[in-house]
Design a protein around this ligand. Sequence first.
Ligand code: DMJ
Length: 641
Amino acid sequence: MVFRKLPGVSASGMGLRLSQKFVFLLFLSGLVTLCFGALFFLPDSVRLKRIFLSKNESPAVTVGSESDARELSKKVPGDQEHQRASLKGAEANGKLKVSRKPSVTHGARTVERSVRTQDDWTPARAHEPAARDERVTSPAHHGQHNSGFNYETFKKCLLKAPLGTERGKPSDPQTLQRREKVKEMMKFAWDNYKSYAWGKNELRPLTKNGHIGNMFGGLRGASIVDSLDTLYIMGLMDEYEEAKEWVQNNLDLNSNGEASVFEVNIRYVGGLLSAFYLTGAEIFKQKVVELGEKLLPAFNTPTGIPRGVINLGSSGTSWSWGWASAGSSILAEFGTLHLEFLHLSEVSGNPTFTEKVSNIRKLLNKIEKPHGLYPNFLSPVSGNWVQHHVSIGGLGDSFYEYLIKSYLMSDKTDEEAKRMYYSAMEAIETNLVQKSPGGLTYVAEWRGGILDHKMGHLACFSGGMIGIGADDGPQEKKQHYLDLAAEITHTCHESYSRTATKLGPEAFRFDAGAEATATRLSDRYYILRPEVIESYMYMWRLTHDPKYREWGWEAVEALEKHCRVDAGFSGIRDVYASTVSHDNMQQSFFLSETLKYLYLLFSDDDLLPFEDWVFNTEAHPLPVIRKSCQLEHNTRQTSLE
Ligand code: DMJ
């Protein structure tokens, strides 16, 4: 090999001068630094980080940029984007085998019916305090725990029969007819799931097969567990029995996959808990306690703030979402465990569940909040906020919901939750609530002090939330909160009525001349979400203004026209297009929430009365915990023995 001698280059070394060697070395070291730096500071890559970090470690926390926040805000727990962005490993779309038959026979049912008549429910009369709480002080652990939970006592402490006198049957014929229609929709959705996707997580109604996805860590049957209480409430008892039988024989909790703590909690834990409370069937209690324990290792962080993802297998390793920068946990995820975890302690006697969520509450109460607002990202390592992005929609939403619902579920004794909710509301009103030029009230998003004039479909739950919170805040603000709730619900209805399909987009804006309409192509889809209908239901119960039932009926007609296909219901890709294109997915929350809220909207108020029940964020009813009443009954029982 011949090296041509360049003019001015010495013959020593590799033919380089000292200064050239220095520049070369500088370049090399720069390159090395850049490569290592990229692993840690360029956009999150879970895989690369796993090479260097153990699963239970998080990288150092930094405050991210606004562009990070914009990107992240597109990924919302529970939506398709979120699912895509989530985990490795699980079956991907299209890789599933088409299953045309249910994997179990439904004909011969041997499982004993646990359906109770409404006569079984004795309302509680008084709840005077009792001497001691054996249940709460029980030190036992699951398996060895003596929960002390007594289902009969629980029933006695309800003020009213859960399903009312006649399962909430409305007296006027038109409302009854509408309610029957919703029941028929549920049966249609269920029957098709059963025919084509039985045991899978969701139905793909166009391709007539099942979808498993990667949110539930190998758990199956999300649509079954999410439907249990809806079927029961609607009186679809054969279907409820099929669902129960599947849980008993096929719900396998020994999975080894990577699951979203949030999604497993709201759908599976919530679904099983409400099925247990409504029916008293022990199988639901057994399963839910076992599953709850599998979520506990996610809390093994320096702060006790759980990470978003957990391996449900014996390793129990947990880590943060790859898309949540700097290893942060999401407010709407770790802030949406309180209701279910309190009930896990209640039915199991294991105080650990309550301790875990009380610790989250304590930290959030103590931490400094910019302008009184709660940003969406928090480091589970340092306990500091990671980004100053605030939203009452995706990434923040159900945290606020669980504050007011914790207060209501505690029989109005959880003063800390109450205080935190009303001060958050003050901050939201001061900083986020806006009026559009056309007079529509909306809740904007906040990015480190700059307002983004957009509202997500997810944020439309807030009409209902502000409505149910109106009564217990400062008395002088009661009417104000009711008005605000009505205005937000009206705006969300406008986002529906300004489309060709009369279904609302994923997000709508109030800038550049837009008024409650989506301006970006990517925001035009509707995936059978419940939030707008949820607010109609709450506002109907609170005001009995007939417009809410009319709006609900508009939604039923639109769902029938645009989302109903041969084999179930499907989301649509563009709510503004009169000829729709379907997304081929019947989300489990359609059965759990959308149809349940519609059914309740067309029912009398004594079906799941608000005095006794709060709905978790997946619309699973959980009972108000009346400690003093239960203690009184337990004490009385003990003295009789
Ligand atoms: C549901 O899983 C829950 O309502 C959750 O809180 C947010 N998103 C979906 C439905 O849109």
